[in-house]
Design a binder for this molecule. Structure first.
Ligand SMILES: [Zn+2]
Length: 267
């Protein structure tokens, strides 16, 4: 027996065909589209289209190259890539346990490359700058990371994120930033190295995994070029996804994104 197509507005399962892929509900008379051929609502791309686009996107192609390879327009390729970036951003690991490293950094290009009127406004390096603050946690056992764009590096911003992401009882390794020193109160084992005193590694205690991740992230963002601050989360999310799922094969990566798209597309 065929699956009954239900109206997305009222859930009534009787409708008639208006034209290809368009139906009208018999109850509320709304026009809707079953879109069984298309993975994501609003995009006239079937599964094979999406697979080609995701493949090209994973090869770090430009939007123009994605459009050429998949025989779609630039605008379509751009929307598709934006959708892929947004599902990647939402596909982050939810819970860390064991030894974790937490650190924060600032993204947004080197000062020497900024326009003179921006440089004249004056700012500083490190904490207190007006660049975008990014906070990250990496789990050493799972070799996965998660990153948040945060307004500042204060205790009331960072501690709730750690508490929501890292299981109580885990070890959290950080630098000497004072905001982290409250962690033992919330049931974490907190060890830190004093970067200001030139101490970067003390046995197992270091934030080198996180620092390495920041280096890779910044190199990647530099390779894209100037990005708007409001879009930064998508680019960071994309890079994070690539990092977290780097051990998957190409086919597994494509299938994972297809599944995510199908979920948000409601198929
Ligand atoms: Zn209806």
């Amino acid at each position: 027996m065929p699956k009954l197509l239900k109206c997305p507005k009222c859930g009534y399962s009787r409708s008639w065909v208006l034209r290809r892929d368009h139906r009208r509900c018999k109850s509320c008379r709304a026009e809707w589209s079953p879109c069984t051929r298309f993975l994501v609502r609003g995009m006239r791309l079937n599964r094979d289209h999406w697979k080609t686009i995701i493949g090209a996107f994973l090869d770090l192609e430009t939007i123009r190259a994605v459009a050429d390879r998949c025989h779609v327009s630039f605008v379509t390729a751009h929307s598709a890539v934006t959708i892929i970036r947004s599902v990647m951003t939402n596909d982050a690991p939810t819970s860390f346990t064991g030894i974790c490293e937490a650190d924060e950094t600032y993204i947004g290009g080197a000062w020497k490359n900024k326009a003179i009127h921006i440089r004249r406004q004056g700012s500083k390096r490190g904490r207190g700058t007006n660049k975008q603050c990014v906070f990250g946690i990496v789990c050493r056992a799972a070799q996965q990371a998660r990153v948040w764009l945060v307004p500042n590096a204060q205790r009331r911003t960072l501690i709730p994120i750690i508490r929501s992401q890292v299981k109580v009882g885990s070890s959290v390794f950080t630098d000497g930033h004072k905001a982290y020193r409250i962690l033992p109160k919330y049931g974490y084992v907190h060890e830190w190295v004093d970067h200001d005193a030139g101490e970067f590694v003390r046995g197992d205690v270091h934030t080198q995994t996180m620092d390495g991740f920041w280096g890779l992230l910044k190199t990647h963002l530099d390779s894209i070029g100037g990005i708007k601050r409001k879009n930064a989360s998508y680019f960071v999310g994309e890079y994070l996804w690539r990092y977290n799922f780097r051990h998957l094969t190409r086919g597994e990566k494509i299938n994972r994104i297809i599944d995510l798209l199908a979920r948000i597309g409601g198929r």
